[in-house]
Design a protein around this ligand. Structure first.
Ligand SMILES: Cc1cc2nc3c(=O)[nH]c(=O)nc-3n(C[C@H](O)[C@H](O)[C@H](O)COP(=O)(O)O)c2cc1C
Ligand SMILES: [Mn+2]
Length: 509
């Protein structure tokens, strides 16, 4: 076992090349070849039925992405893609150019490499941009012609933006931000935009309004999986998610000039709107069933995008992200992998020794609730240090309630292993500490009073063997390496169809 966080791997040949898809359509063809896409050509109502089918299909972790091709009330020829990534680590891998057969721990390691590369976007000519197949302006635009889903019975309306990306610019630096913020359809050219406090889209908007100017917005409702995933990751206020997306893909994101606003638009998107947010122009927005499995905030007045231009490809594919409890939530495997990669980056930057792996389990409210960190204990107090640093490192601090440290023989991505450690190495009266008044969100319903909700709490659980008694701690029952290897070599001959399990820890005499 390594003594330090497994170092970021050098860029291997397979990682150095660009992803082998160019847009959402090519990526869908790729996942279809891999048996990970299901087309639904039966008539489906976007009003609750599309979400019901998605929820029911995704009660299984291995549910395919769902492409709804025949939607009631559609006047545009559009289809809707749901469960684009969801609980599938295979679809995540195929989106970022990694091997879909890699284990979760390997995907986290490889993700650290590709998520630390930066490639700036490239400009393509308007005439060459597929999103410009159809371009409409002002009162030619009618967004109600598209099959816009209403997800949950208690939702406040139809949401055109869930699987979206939203671009804004910082007025002083010009930095382009990409966020994923929910967008409710109010009318043919009116789209509500909800950004929660502190989000870059909201800070950009406030900065424009402070100057007395409207805030320009570009939003795409049919977008490739990498831009969608990056839109939901938190990067520094000065960093552009577009550069990170380019780095992950190994090629620049292609942008083209807009019609009415000074922001660029993603050239290969399926459908893009351009518009402005005027200070004081608000309409009642929400609620929406959230990733927590509950309805989020109450209905409240929120700014509205006044749509000035619409661009789309013929028969556009709209991306819709169902928010629900795992494994039905769109924020699933990809989010757990990316968040875990960033937690390991943070811990490496801090310089704490002995950390080997981390995993933000997707079933814990989309990777927000629980972080397991594995480590090799090297000194008294080491586990307590790793727990405290993990709990409050930037990538893990938001929301996370349960931080669990396990030894190097426990795989943090395997919850059975983690439960074993919790049940055999943790002595609750000794090994649990609580942090109070920590960073959280009003979307966590565990505190009933809404005003108290933003303040969270965290439990640090030491599920490592007690450091004081490491020498006396009973040995685990492990196979002898020679016997394992002998049996593994005969595995098929013994009649087993699947490959033998990989074991990393063996008996020591
Ligand atoms: C499907 C989905 C829906 C989201 N909805 C919202 C939302 O309505 N409002 C919000 O502030 N953040 C929402 N988020 C989270 C943000 O995308 C995330 O915090 C991201 O970091 C925002 O970008 P920023 O850091 O550049 O502000 C959503 C994320 C996903 C994946
Ligand atoms: Mn940002």
């Amino acid at each position: 076992m390594e003594e330090r966080i497994a170092a970021r791997p050098e860029m291997s040949a397979s990682l150095a090349r660009a992803v082998d898809w160019r847009d959402l359509r090519e990526w869908l063809a790729l996942i279809e070849r891999n048996g990970l896409l299901q087309r639904i050509d039966q008539p489906v109502d976007p009003d609750e039925e599309l979400a019901a089918i998605t929820f029911m299909a995704t009660r299984r972790e291995d549910a395919p992405a769902l492409l709804f091709e025949n939607l009631a009330g559609d006047r545009s020829g559009a289809s809707v893609l749901s469960n684009m990534l969801g609980a599938s680590k295979e679809r995540y891998a195929l989106a970022v150019g990694l091997d879909p057969d890699l284990s979760t721990a390997d995907l986290i390691r490889e993700t650290r490499t590709i998520m630390n590369r930066r490639i700036a976007p490239a400009r393509v000519a308007k005439a060459k941009a597929p999103v410009n197949e159809i371009v409409l302006r002002d009162n030619e635009i009618d967004l109600t012609q598209f099959p816009v889903p209403k997800f949950w019975p208690g939702d406040g309306g139809r949401y055109i933006g869930t699987g979206d990306i939203t671009l804004t610019a910082q007025p002083d630096s010009g930095r382009l931000n990409v966020g994923c913020y929910r967008q409710m359809l109010h009318g043919p050219r009116r789209v509500g935009l909800y950004c929660s406090p502190g989000k870059h889209g909201l800070l950009d908007r406030e900065a424009w309004w402070e100057r007395g100017e409207p805030c320009e917005v570009v939003a795409a409702y049919g977008i490739d999986p990498v831009l969608f995933m990056l839109a939901a990751q938190v990067f520094g206020a000065k960093e552009s998610e577009l550069d990170v997306a380019g780095g992950i893909m190994g090629r620049p994101v292609e942008l083209t000039e807009a019609e009415c606003v000074s922001l660029p638009i993603p050239a290969n998107a399926e459908l893009v709107i351009e518009g402005v947010l005027q200070q004081g122009d608000v309409e009642p927005e929400g609620p929406l069933g959230e990733f927590t499995g509950y309805y989020g905030r109450e209905r409240s007045p929120q700014p509205v995008i006044e749509v000035k231009a619409l661009h789309y490809r013929r028969a556009p594919i709209l991306t819709a992200a169902l928010m629900a409890k795992y494994p039905s939530c769109e924020i699933g495997a990809y989010y757990a992998i990316m968040r875990s990669a960033r937690i390991l980056d943070d811990l490496e930057r801090i310089g704490v020794p002995g950390v080997l792996g981390a995993y933000a389990h997707p079933a814990a409210a989309s990777g927000w609730g629980i972080v397991v960190v594995s480590m090799r204990q090297q000194y008294a107090g080491h586990a307590a240090q790793v727990l405290a640093l993990t709990a409050q490192c930037p990538a893990a601090a938001y929301y996370t309630k349960w931080i669990i440290a396990v030894d190097d023989d426990v795989d943090p991505t395997d919850f059975n292993d983690v439960l074993w450690a919790l049940s055999t190495r943790c002595h609750p009266a000794e090994d649990i500490d609580t942090l109070r008044n920590t960073w959280s969100t009003g979307l966590d319903p565990s505190q009933v009073e809404a005003e108290a909700r933003p303040y969270g709490s965290k439990v640090l659980i030491n599920a490592c063997k007690p450091h004081r008694y490491l020498k006396q701690f009973p040995p685990s029952t492990l196979l002898r390496r020679e016997v394992y290897e002998r049996v593994a070599a005969r595995w098929a001959e013994l009649g087993f169809a699947e490959p033998p399990p990989k074991l990393n820890v063996f008996h020591k005499d």
